[in-house]
Design a protein around this ligand. Structure first.
Ligand code: FAD
Length: 297
């Protein structure tokens, strides 16, 4: 199909983009990589009257480190983040999860900000942001707002961004060593959206968990942090038996949907299995970098 007619504008600065959003309100839509928006527009599922193309706003394309945080501009391509040695070193969970996002062609165009702002409940990056307590930097006519993942993700394809606000940056604190992470997902074919995905980070000290993060995708309208499991693992060694026991309790707490891809019951089961495997892999990696029992505390 062809899109409905729209006015196309290509601002060069964040200020111009925000001014356009303020002028046109809900009639305007931001265009980033277009990998989610263009199919919707072409099928007339989205009918913006004004398309505000962010691709000329070059200042939003960066990966940098400030005060122990990795900061990524909203227009940074997913592929650039995936291939960044700096990100691989400091936020390896992000690099690992990105390899599950669609296909390289999609990641060449798709942006970090577009994926997070789109807030697809089966997407990988929202779960990574939730697991790492990322900070979302929103810019509007009144300035900048910082939002936590629990504030940013509101519901299915819905964020807390106001009509005249845009996401300009996402910040990830660098986890202190020795930590390991893992991202696992199940999809029907590689490149499809996840049926369920699990993002885990484990920091060990003398073989015991000092910090645990577990977030799931595909099991609710927003990414789900599994804090009961995180807390139950604190100060405990992440043994196979303990992980298996805790992971069995995850499914019953979730309320996923049934759809043509999988039943809610199947998603609950897979969530427990992936959570256990992701936590075990993260713990093994933490052990390998010095968090094992024999390491100095
Ligand atoms: P766009 O499509 O341009 O925009 C998406 C939405 O975000 C729009 O509503 C837009 O207005 C809004 N937006 C964009 N930037 C901003 C901003 N800075 N501030 C506020 N709002 C903004 N994604 C996955 O996560 N996992 C997958 O497995 C996956 N598989 C895919 C397979 C295919 C075949 C395709 C076509 C896409 C797939 N995607 C997948 C989607 C892909 O990751 C998109 O790149 C991403 O969802 C949107 O990023 P984008 O930069 O293309 O944003």
């Amino acid at each position: 199909m062809k899109p409905a007619p729209f006015l196309y504008v290509a601002p060069r600065t964040v200020e111009e983009a925000v001014a356009l959003l303020q002028e046109h309100g809900t009639d305007a839509k931001l265009l980033a990589g277009g990998q989610s928006l263009m199919p919707l527009i072409n099928m007339r599922l989205a009918r913006p009257e004004v398309l505000v193309d962010l691709n000329e706003v070059r200042t939003l394309d960066y990966i940098t480190e400030v005060d122990g945080e990795v900061r990524i501009g909203a227009m940074t391509r997913q592929r650039a983040v995936e291939r960044s040695p700096f990100v691989a070193t400091h936020v390896p969970l992000l690099s690992e999860a990105l390899r599950w996002v669609g296909h390289p062609q999609i990641r060449n165009r798709g942006t970090i900000g577009g994926s997070l702002a789109h807030a697809d409940p089966s997407a990988e990056l929202p779960a990574v942001a939730a697991a790492l307590d990322a900070v979302f930097v929103a810019r509007g006519p009144d300035g900048v707002r910082l939002l936590a993942p629990g504030e940013f993700f509101v519901s299915f394809l819905t964020t807390a961004l106001e009509p005249a606000e845009m996401l300009v940056e996402v910040r990830f604190a660098v986890p202190s060593a020795p930590a390991g992470c893992a991202f696992l997902e199940l999809s029907r074919r590689h490149g499809d959206f996840a049926l369920v995905g699990a993002a885990a980070v484990v920091r060990l000290d003398s073989g015991r968990c000092r910090d645990v993060r577990l977030a799931l995708t595909g099991v609710g309208p927003t990414p789900v942090r599994v804090r009961e499991v995180e807390e139950a693992l604190l100060d405990q060694p992440p043994t196979e038996a303990r992980l298996a026991d805790l992971s069995r309790g995850i499914g019953p707490r979730l309320d996923p949907v049934s759809d043509i891809h999988a039943s809610a019951e199947y998603r609950r089961h897979v969530a427990g299995v992936l959570a256990r495997r992701a936590l075990a892999a993260a713990a093994a990696r933490a052990q390998a970098v010095g968090g094992g029992e024999d390491s100095p505390s």
